[in-house]
Design a binder for this molecule. Structure first.
Ligand SMILES: Cc1cc2nc3c(=O)[nH]c(=O)nc-3n(C[C@H](O)[C@H](O)[C@H](O)COP(=O)(O)OP(=O)(O)OC[C@H]3O[C@@H](n4cnc5c(N)ncnc54)[C@H](O)[C@@H]3O)c2cc1C
Length: 260
């Protein structure tokens, strides 16, 4: 399944969506363009977000073999290209009425619910990226010697890097588990999902950066997977919601909590 929110003019702001859904008989006609939609060429169905009459946002389940649906060429990315994000062109695509999720003005709620799951999944991947970087750096630091002694044991600076990497990753993993438990329990996780996405994304970037430092020149080569992990860490600062938006979501909760 593909998840089609982003458009040429926005990937972060539902108020700027330009794709329209117009009632037509017992269904809807969708018109517009989406951009950077992962798996859109492979998926049988997509959830497409479009503006409904009155200016609200609706969420529509669209079968991707419906006439009027077409996709463009995938973008080449710095990392994790397997999702093959593509543009989608919606040219009067007919969607039966029973494929509208909820009411015509409830797309935003559907988006928030789906995005929370996606953020926790992305945060879990970030923890995996950080853990792999620790494993690689520790193995290197134990194998690499300076005047006969492993650099992991000889240099406090290397120990400092490893300790910081481990602490950062433990913190991120704990937050991801907490958010996952809340969502499994059916609770509202908007704050925790955004926080997990933010903290784990930062962990992936900081830990891969430190791991490359531990591994010296080898860390910059493709002999080790660290340069790839480093690119993947950067990837998650943008994909699945930019860090700035996650901070804004968490801040909204802080302000609401302290305004009552
Ligand atoms: C590999 C990949 C796969 C993707 N897959 C999908 C997908 O399957 N479905 C989908 O719908 N989208 C997908 N996207 C789109 C992705 O979710 C958006 O690119 C992302 O949300 C950022 O939106 P944008 O690119 O429009 O950035 P913009 O909204 O243009 O933001 C640009 C920059 O402006 C700043 N900014 C923006 N808004 C704010 C704000 N409110 N407050 C403070 N600063 C702000 C940030 O620094 C941000 O980095 C994918 C993107 C990538 C790279």
């Amino acid at each position: 399944m593909a998840w089609a929110f982003t458009e040429p003019q926005t990937g972060s702001d539902p108020k700027q969506l330009a794709t329209t859904a117009v009632p037509d008989g017992d269904g809807w006609r969708l018109h517009g363009q989406k951009l950077f939609i992962s798996y859109a060429r492979q998926a049988n169905v997509a959830v497409v977000f479009a503006r409904t009459p009155g200016g609200s946002v609706g969420a529509f389940i669209v079968e991707t073999d419906t006439p009027g649906w077409s996709t463009g060429t995938p973008f080449e990315l710095l990392a994790l290209g397997g999702g093959e994000p593509v543009p989608i062109f919606l040219d009067d695509v007919f969607v039966p009425g029973d494929q509208l999720i909820g009411a015509p003005d409830q797309g935003f709620q559907a988006m928030i619910a789906g995005e929370a799951q996606g953020k926790i999944r992305a945060a879990a991947i970030c923890v995996g990226i950080a853990q792999r970087a620790i494993d690689e750096a520790a193995a290197y630091a134990l194998g690499r010697t300076h005047r006969g002694e492993p650099i992991a044991k000889k240099f406090p600076t290397i120990q400092g890097l490893l300790g910081e990497m481990e602490a950062t990753t433990l913190g991120a993993r704990t937050l991801v588990h907490h958010a996952a438990e809340l969502i499994d329990g059916g609770q509202d996780v908007a704050r925790e999902a955004a926080a997990a996405r933010l903290v784990a994304g930062r962990a992936a970037r900081e830990v891969t950066n430190a791991a490359m430092q531990v591994c010296g020149a080898y860390g910059l080569t493709r002999e080790l997977p660290l340069e790839r992990l480093y690119r993947e860490g950067k990837f998650f600062e943008v994909a699945q919601g930019v860090a700035e938006i996650q901070r804004a979501i968490v801040a909204r909760h802080v302000i609401a909590d302290h305004s009552t």
